[in-house]
Design a protein around this ligand. Structure first.
Ligand code: NOJ
Length: 437
């Protein structure tokens, strides 16, 4: 087995899942504040108004990350904390909060990485149509300009949009995430706008060579239920939707219109010059993969003509998320991305496993051990993998699933919000003390 001690380990968190303090110090509301007001939108009827109270306890979390031996602390910025109306007046207290996080990271020797958008659009922008409205692209560019002005002197690594396909798919197509919109029309407009916004954001931020700007993409291994042509084609359609739509326009391949009929609808929103503008050479790809889906042809499903076969029916290990636990997808996607460009730096910018309250944490250790095995297997294949960011540090608000799934390597006491290292955190600390440079 090969040595992988050069890989850099870090952790990923997100504002809407951790910060809480939803109305403190001038923060404007986000679409998740509105969405969680309807308690039936969230499985355990909770909301994220307090979350893990990272707003007040950020030092503790950063200290714990350092104690475990992690070298990167990735967090996201809440747009409406910086610009309460989505655009216009800057909230200086919001700037001060992120200044404190960045400065503290640097003080204790952990690299701060910023995600500019992790799903919490300002409600004021949603009132104007949100991602469906093309004007949001200019708002995003202006927001990125503000972040650049205040933080680029200290933050060297940036992730623009986190998992565009998930936030638009769940929020504007299925309606199961904020802002709870459904349908092909909402999806088609929103996906094009968010992807174009990201390209523009890249151009705003990218300046000095030492500033690295990338994106984080959700990847799900797609397999066909059978060898029948109609199932194979169904799998190709879903693969194009999940694993190509938000990636290939940037590398000049355009939208995958041959495999995905839905692209015809998206093209209605494409204006002259957009596709050219979308060609940006990200400094790295952040790959995030958790599971695998098996697909079957289904003529009665509009646009996609496919259905997913539930993991529970496939006799595979399933997590509390209802997802097949599938660490092998990591190897698959790292190899696949390096066929786009073998030199482009890759990060596994999220990886992790959710357990229920009752499950023993050793299951998660087993998961991470498999991740390590994967890394070892690919280490001699010339793949430019830089490191791994865990999802996540402290158990937090898992969107529509509320607080039920526990992804953290640190637990959270529901009442006191005290943090406690789980077995995984102790195991990782030990691993990193022997295997990190
Ligand atoms: C992807 C998302 O980026 C993150 O917010 C989410 O909690 C995890 N995956 C787990 O679902």
């Amino acid at each position: 087995m090969n040595n992988i001690d050069h890989l850099i380990w870090g952790v990923t968190t997100a504002a809407a899942q951790t910060e809480g303090a939803f109305d403190k110090d001038g923060r404007g509301l986000s679409i998740w504040d509105s969405f969680t007001k309807k308690s039936k939108n969230i499985k355990d009827r909770t909301n994220n108004q307090v979350a893990t109270n990272f707003y007040e306890r950020y030092k503790e979390d950063i200290d714990l990350s350092v104690e475990i031996g992690l070298k990167i602390f990735r967090f996201s910025i809440s747009w409406s904390r910086i610009l309460p109306n989505g655009s216009g007046v800057i909230n200086k207290k919001g700037i001060a909060f992120y200044d404190k996080i960045i400065d503290y990271c640097l003080e204790v020797g952990i690299e701060p990485w910023v995600t500019t958008y992790h799903w919490d659009l300002p409600q004021r922008l949603q009132d104007k149509g949100g991602w469906r409205n093309r004007e949001v692209i200019t708002d995003y560019e202006n927001y990125i300009n503000v972040l650049k002005f205040y933080f680029v002197d200290r933050v060297k690594n940036w992730i623009l949009i986190n998992e565009a396909i998930v936030c638009i798919g769940a929020g504007y197509f299925l309606g199961i995430h904020a802002p709870g919109k459904r349908g092909v029309k909402n999806f088609s407009a929103s996906i094009h706008h968010i992807l174009l916004a990201q390209a523009k954001g890249y151009r705003v931020l990218k300046g000095k060579k030492e500033i690295k700007v990338g994106t984080a993409v959700s990847c799900t291994k797609i397999e066909s239920h059978s060898n029948k042509k109609k199932d194979l084609n169904a799998a190709k359609r879903i693969d194009a939707l999940m694993n190509r739509l938000c990636i290939e326009p940037y590398i000049g391949l355009g939208y995958p219109e041959k495999e995905l009929p839905l692209v015809k609808r998206i093209k209605k929103y494409v204006q002259q010059g957009d596709m050219e503008e979308m060609k940006v050479d990200f400094d790295f790809w952040g790959i995030q993969t958790y599971t695998r889906e098996v697909v079957k042809s289904a003529w009665y499903i509009p646009y996609l003509g496919s259905v997913l076969i539930k993991p529970s029916k496939r006799k595979v290990p399933v997590s509390v998320m209802g997802w097949e636990t599938y660490p092998d997808g990591i190897q698959y996607f790292l190899e696949r991305f390096s066929t786009y460009d073998s030199e482009k730096p890759l990060w596994l910018s999220e990886c992790g496993m959710a357990l229920s309250e009752k499950e023993d944490d050793t299951k998660r250790i087993e998961y991470y051990k498999k991740v390590i095995e994967c890394m070892k297997k690919i280490s001699d294949k010339g793949i430019n993998l830089q490191g791994i960011l865990l999802w996540t540090l402290v158990d937090n608000f898992e969107w529509a699933e509320g607080f039920i799934p526990k992804f953290g390597i640190i637990s959270l006491d529901k009442i006191t919000l005290n943090r406690k290292m789980k077995k995984t955190a102790c195991w990782l600390k030990d691993y990193l003390s022997n295997h990190s440079v």
